[in-house]
Write a protein that binds this ligand. Structure first.
Ligand code: HEC
Ligand code: HEC
Length: 278
């Protein structure tokens, strides 16, 4: 055997071993997916470092508005109390049970400024962090509200437990959720594709262009544009589709499709995307 033949054979043997190893991990059930088992410290650090660089790179060109406005901080306090404290806790406040046992565990954010610039905290809040429990708020909070809560996170390290309690007691309900984009413009199909995923439609429907585990709880939406009726009842027009997406029970009182709380603008964008599914 020549030298290059030996090198080739060695390479093939190593590749075979690597594939066999990967096969055992994927199909053999040896990897522990439980959230009650910890990542190795090295794995945790690797994931954390990857995440930090990803966020920094993606947030690098975002312009930060003034964040020290008193009204902004009042709104931010209410938003933090209503949407963040359950998982992250706050000065003098523990996370709720849902936040305590997640893997990775959501930290208290009082030290977030040591790791993140304000625009990065805004980015994380807007987009969430994949494969962790950090949700994306883009379709739940409007732009101003996202900056409001990011501004309040800046304030956390300076708040005593008493000051936090006071800041969040003063404010009434948090500002309303994102109204979406102006309702009577025409739909934006690409934004609609994002919205479908952010409203969890793919939890029940298999939808071309959206990653899912191919559920069958609702009918597949492939070919929806070619159907003459929506849910077997309603003429398939853009307005009717928006109406169905927003309030399916108005069309069929006993339907298993829940009201997903979709804003008019978001429903219009979803309808525009669904109209491309021929
Ligand atoms: C359902 C639980 C949950 C909710 C609700 C939640 N988060 Fe998170 N958050 C997480 C998890 C999990 C992480 C990832 C922790 C990690 O990777 O170390 C995270 C990470 C973060 C980070 C990066 C933290 C760091 O220390 O590096 C920020 C900033 C953040 N969240 C802000 C918010 C804000 C602001 C809100 C409210 C609008 C919020 N989160 C609501 C679970 C949550
Ligand atoms: C909990 C499961 C569930 C979720 C989540 C869900 N749906 Fe449905 N959906 C259904 C079921 C079940 C039906 C069939 C309803 C019927 O005919 O009564 C349906 C029907 C539909 C139809 C009509 C399909 C056809 O073939 O006529 C459309 C369009 C639709 N859903 C869109 C959506 C959108 C958009 C979302 C996200 C905002 C969504 N669904 C979220 C369960 C769900």
């Amino acid at each position: 055997m020549g030298k290059s033949a030996i090198a080739l054979a060695t390479f093939a043997a190593l590749l075979g071993a690597a594939l066999a190893g990967a096969g055992v991990v994927v199909y053999g059930g040896v990897y522990d997916v439980s959230a009650s088992s910890q990542h190795l410290q090295a794995v945790h650090s690797l994931l954390e470092t990857t995440m930090q660089h990803s966020v920094r790179w993606r947030a690098r060109n975002i312009a930060t508005p003034p964040l020290d406005d008193a009204q902004r901080l009042v709104r931010g306090a209410a938003l933090f109390r209503d949407h963040c404290v359950q998982c992250h806790g706050a000065p003098g406040v523990a996370q709720a049970d849902i936040g305590k046992s997640m893997q990775p565990v959501p930290g208290p954010l009082v030290d977030a400024l040591q790791r993140w610039r304000p625009r990065e905290i805004y980015w994380i809040t807007r987009h969430g962090i994949k494969m962790s429990g950090m949700p994306a708020w883009q379709f739940r909070l409007d732009e101003e509200a996202l900056w409001d809560v990011a501004a309040f996170v800046q304030l956390l390290p300076t708040l005593s437990p008493q000051a936090y309690a006071q800041a969040t007691a003063q404010t009434a309900a948090a500002p309303g959720r994102a109204p979406g984009v102006a309702p009577n413009r025409s739909g934006d199909a690409e934004r609609g594709r994002l919205a479908l995923a952010q409203y969890a439609c793919q939890a029940c429907h298999t939808i071309p262009g959206i990653t899912s585990s191919s559920p069958n709880v609702g009918p597949p939406l492939q070919g929806l544009a070619s159907r003459s009726l929506i849910a077997g009842k309603l003429a398939n027009t853009p307005d009717n589709l928006v109406g169905w997406i927003r309030q399916p029970k108005n069309v069929k009182p006993l339907t298993a499709m829940p009201d997903m709380g979709v804003s008019e603008g978001d429903a219009r964008d979803m309808a525009a995307y669904l109209a491309t599914l021929r």
